[in-house]
Every structure is written in structure tokens, then in C-alpha cells.
Design a binder for this molecule. Structure first.
Ligand SMILES: [Zn+2]
Length: 122
């Protein structure tokens, strides 16, 4: 006998477990023109071809959700594991990634120079 609810929960947990297990490239939304134009709201490197399209910053691995997180950096971001932009900025300063789990995914520090750096005014 199979409990469908348990199966579904297991599958969801499984999916979550595997999200970052693979070492090969993860499939994200890819804009037609991948040229980086916009500074990441977390690390300030110009890594984002488009804004607010859930693109992942290669430098800090912040996921570029909606503009509300820049308007209110204390607002927890669901797609960023519940971290606020303020916390993620602090994480980037201390551990070089927006979130402790993302440290192994971010670009090596020596490779950051391929992106322009535009510190925020405030
Ligand atoms: Zn970033």
C-alpha cells in the first residue's frame, strides 16, 4: 500500500536535495542576450543581463527576485532561502557569497574581475 501524500513529500524533498548536488551547469532562465548590464543588488558586481528575472548572480549567487528587496533590504527573500538582502550583503562581505550554502558555487575571487564593480551610493 502506498501513501500518495508521503510519496509526494519524498519527491519534493528529493528535488530539493538534488537542486545543488550536480556539479555540472544548472539550468536557469537564460536571456537572449547574456551580456551583463546591471549591478547585482547584493554584491554590486555587474553580473545581471536583466533585472528581476530570477537570474543568479555568478559572483555572490544572489537570485535577483523583485525590486521590493532593494526597497526594503530587511524583507526575507523566499528564493534566497529566506535571507534578507541586508543579510546577504553582509554574507558576501564576510564569506564571499550571499548565503553559506552558496559558497561552493560562487565564482572564485580571482575571476570576479571579469565583471565591472559598481558600489552602491549608500
Ligand atoms: Zn551578486
Amino acid at each position: 500500500m502506498t501513501d500518495k501524500t508521503d510519496d509526494l513529500d519524498d519527491k519534493l524533498a528529493d528535488d530539493l536535495d538534488h537542486t545543488f548536488d550536480e556539479d555540472d551547469e544548472i539550468e536557469w532562465y537564460q536571456p537572449d542576450d547574456p551580456t551583463p548590464r546591471h549591478a547585482c543588488p547584493c554584491c554590486d558586481y555587474v553580473t545581471l543581463p536583466e533585472r528581476h528575472m530570477y537570474l543568479i548572480c555568478r559572483v555572490c549567487f544572489w537570485e535577483d527576485e523583485g525590486p521590493e528587496f532593494e526597497e526594503d533590504p530587511m524583507e526575507p527573500s523566499g528564493v534566497n532561502h529566506g535571507f534578507t538582502l541586508a543579510e546577504s550583503r553582509q554574507n558576501f562581505k564576510t564569506i564571499g557569497a550571499c548565503h553559506p550554502d552558496m559558497v561552493r558555487h560562487v565564482l572564485p575571487v580571482e575571476d570576479r574581475s571579469q565583471y565591472a564593480y559598481k558600489p552602491r551610493e549608500h
